[in-house]
Design a binder for this molecule. Sequence first.
Ligand code: FMN
Length: 325
Amino acid sequence: MTDENPPAIELGVKLGRLRLANPILVASGTFGYAREMERIVDLNRLGGLLPKTITKAPRPGNQPWRTVETTAGLLNSIGLDNDGIDAFIRHHLPYLGSLKTAVIVSVAGRTIEEFVELACRLGDEAGIAAIELNISCPNVTGGVDFGTDPDLCSRLVRDVRSNCDLPIIAKLTPNVTSVAAIATAAAEGGADAVSMINTVLGMAVDWRHQRPMLGNVVGGLSGPAIKPIALRCVHQVATAVDVPIIGIGGIASIDDVMEFLVAGASAVQIGTANYYDPTVSMRMIDALPGELRELGAATVAEVVGTLNTGPQAHRLSSTPAATPT
Ligand SMILES: Cc1cc2nc3c(=O)[nH]c(=O)nc-3n(C[C@H](O)[C@H](O)[C@H](O)COP(=O)(O)O)c2cc1C
């Protein structure tokens, strides 16, 4: 075998009943409804894409300002601004359903009944690969309780699952004491996978005017600042719960992708990085086979959760450990 003909790498991944051509997805709320990206990104190459979360009725979202850049991340309080499920099915789904990539529709409800109704409506439509339950948005009142109360979370997932045949992903918040407890509840309810993390609750202050920077006062922090929090959540869930994980949070390079896979994620979603480089996911897909080869793996699954937390765990390769200074 010469370097010109390296062994084939299998990029396909399986998360419960959901199969993806590769593990690189784009996160809800950070890629619009995809059509606006088609001239710069080959959407069919993505492992999956998640349009902005939809709700039963249209929502105007929160008052401005709704985004603020901070030192190492973006703070947003959009508040699930969307035109509602009817408009989504009429205006966006025909285009999304025509793509070859897996379309995972993110939904948010105020009650279990509303989540079930949204899932049932989508279950009747063609072109949808899975549903992501957004039980983790920090910018709306109601809904997030499902992401912080294990009993409610488990009941919600169970009810959606028993009324809808599509694979179900529960999107979790880091704003809890034990993310593993919520992931356990989602798995017990029958979730095919859990995705994590949604944004981290934060705020920014304009001290000169003695005002909060965001109209909603508080918002969700995303981007590089939250990557260590997201990795910690993925690791905690991967070691405690038998459920496939989609890692999200500050992922901006192929090295970030590999960190999440090794920590226990079977796939990843790219969020804030799309704002400063909408093509970043394409380069990650291009680079992934080479990185898997570097670890001697022929499939993505082989590297998932291979984190070695034992003594001398940092000396995994033949590279000598750095001398402490
Ligand atoms: C402007 C903005 C809007 C977002 N809207 C949604 C949304 O509608 N639904 C959702 O589940 N997550 C939403 N998110 C959260 C992202 O999907 C993602 O979970 C989070 O930003 C962490 O990933 P990142 O650091 O790569 O951005 C939004 C994030 C941003 C920055």
